[in-house]
Ligand binder design. Sequence first.
Ligand code: RTP
Ligand code: MG
Length: 143
Amino acid sequence: MAIERTFSIIKPDAVAKNNIGAIYNRFETAGLKIIASKIVHLSKEQAEGFYAEHSERPFFGALVAFMTSGPIMVQTLEGENAVLAHREILGATNPADAAPGTIRADFAESIDENAAHGSDSVESAQREVAYFFSTEELCPRTR
Ligand code: RTP
Ligand code: MG
């Protein structure tokens, strides 16, 4: 299996509820290794740039307002098939549709405030990791 990297955000709702550690535990239990991590409070410009692909969608303004409403935790995860493995433990975008035991089922309240983000492809992951981390900030595991 391929070792991949993916990008994760613990969103403002989950940070506010002190669920960072509980969500990190989900990553580690799934075999995903944290190779870079920091807490940041996005500016409007940073949030708009990160979600540029959604700029024409009706929910864009609400999404940017939410993502700038408080600190977020951003991390790069590494592991076997990391992009898909991470999306699987995240669950569906709408927590009402998320499978039991997934992060969004257990920590999210609504589609607008859905606890966490995960890259949707290897290409997205490369762009998103680089949006937040320099090469020097990534610490690949040797064991
Ligand atoms: P994410 O990017 O946050 O991991 O979520 P996703 O791939 O599952 O969903 P995506 O289509 O990329 O949408 C990004 C975020 O926008 C909000 N959203 N709201 N009201 C709506 O219909 C709607 N659709 C999407 C969600 O917060 C979603 O996570
Ligand atoms: Mg997405």
